[in-house]
Design a protein around this ligand. Structure first.
Ligand code: PEP
Ligand code: MN
Length: 352
């Protein structure tokens, strides 16, 4: 449920209304727009049956959130969520560029690439220490040793670190070191894991599943958010389709589509979409051009030495070139086009 406040509602009215809802046992999320404030009510609407919501101070109307995901929906929270990772912002016009190797291998390679991507303009460093590999005989990641190397690279460059959490059993370990927790495609519907990380305090990058729908992706974000965490970034890494030309099929149209449905930042992962170095930069450029809130991209100083995903790793100079191209872009901004687009309801969009 959401309470749309009158355009002139005072802070006192907002506080009083929020307080009253809390005394009825519900938490609230307050979203302050330029013209209007929306108070999202968290929890089961049945508990509020019969409560005089309409007559609370400053309330203009009471609406139900029509989407099956609540906290993740834009109806619940009309303003863009801006996530702050150690001073690096993402969302609401702030773009984050996360670059680094698929997996951490040697200290030398990691420091080399971390410095190179920082120099080129990356705002965060990625690197996997726990790898979800198709074969159990393939390199599985360096584990804690890899996490420690990432911390060294953070010390050297100041870049916050993004690393994948693969299993519930590694939560304590990964949370000791990471700034942002990556949940990969294979775990997008590991609901037990999603619930656990939603109770913890670090921002999460949630990739779409290998063959997931937009709705399933958003429902997974809702799982995380239902635990209390609001800092969720959605990453589009392509899905499996009938088309086998690329490793996965990236639908860049889903960037504005998701931005319509949710207030959460949406980033693209051109590396796992393309699967081949040759096409990674073009997809990255397209994703940023269509208005993604950022990008997560694999870069390695020696792709042929990489222990995973070498074929899709950009060389540092490729990344530098891509960054220069992106810096000249005037990205599409869905909000500027809101008048025409805003008449469509989220529920209609999901049916389509
Ligand atoms: C990765 O980022 O290296 C990775 C394994 O990604 P995904 O979960 O998208 O396959
Ligand atoms: Mn990878």
């Amino acid at each position: 449920m959401i309470l749309v406040m009158k355009s002139g509602a005072t802070q006192e009215e907002i506080d009083k209304t929020a307080q009253q809802i809390k005394t009825w046992g519900h938490d609230v999320s307050i979203s302050k727009g330029e013209y209007q404030v929306v108070i999202g009510i968290i929890g089961d609407k049945q508990d509020l049956a019969g409560k005089p919501l309409h007559t609370l101070p400053g309330v203009e109307k009471v609406l139900e959130v029509s989407a099956p995901y609540k906290k993740a929906s834009r109806e619940f929270h009309p303003e863009d969520t801006v996530i702050d990772v150690q001073g690096v912002k993402i969302g609401g016009g702030h773009k984050a560029i996360i670059a680094g190797p698929c997996s951490v291998d040697t200290y030398e390679n990691l420091i080399l690439v971390a410095k190179a991507v920082k120099e080129a303009g990356a705002t965060m460093l990625r690197g996997g220490a726990f790898k979800p590999r198709t074969s159990p005989y393939s390199f599985q990641g360096k584990g804690e040793e890899g996490l420690k190397m990432l911390v060294e690279a953070r010390k050297e460059t100041g870049l916050p670190i993004v690393t994948e959490l693969l299993s519930e059993k590694d939560i304590d370990l990964v949370y000791q070191y990471a700034d942002v927790i990556q949940i990969g495609a294979r775990n997008m519907q590991n609901f037990a894991l999603l619930k656990e990380i939603g109770k913890l305090g670090k921002p999460v990058i949630l990739k779409n599943g290998i063959a997931s729908t937009v709705k399933e992706h958003l429902m997974s974000a809702e799982y995380v958010m239902s635990g209390g965490l609001n800092d969720v970034i959605l990453a589009l890494r392509g899905t499996r389709s009938y088309e086998t030309a690329m490793r996965n099929t990236l639908d860049v149209g889903l960037v504005p589509y998701l931005q319509k449905l949710t207030h959460l930042p949406v980033i693209i992962d051109p590396s796992h979409s393309a699967g081949k170095r040759e096409f990674v930069s073009a997809l990255g450029y397209a994703g940023m051009a269509i208005g993604a809130d950022g990008m997560i991209v694999e870069v390695h100083p020696c792709p042929s030495c990489a222990l995973s995903d070498g074929d899709q790793a950009l060389l540092p100079e490729d990344f530098d070139y891509l960054m220069k191209k992106i810096s000249k872009l005037e990205s599409w901004n869905q909000k500027e086009w809101k008048k025409e687009f805003g008449s469509m309801q989220s529920s209609q969009l999901l049916k389509g």
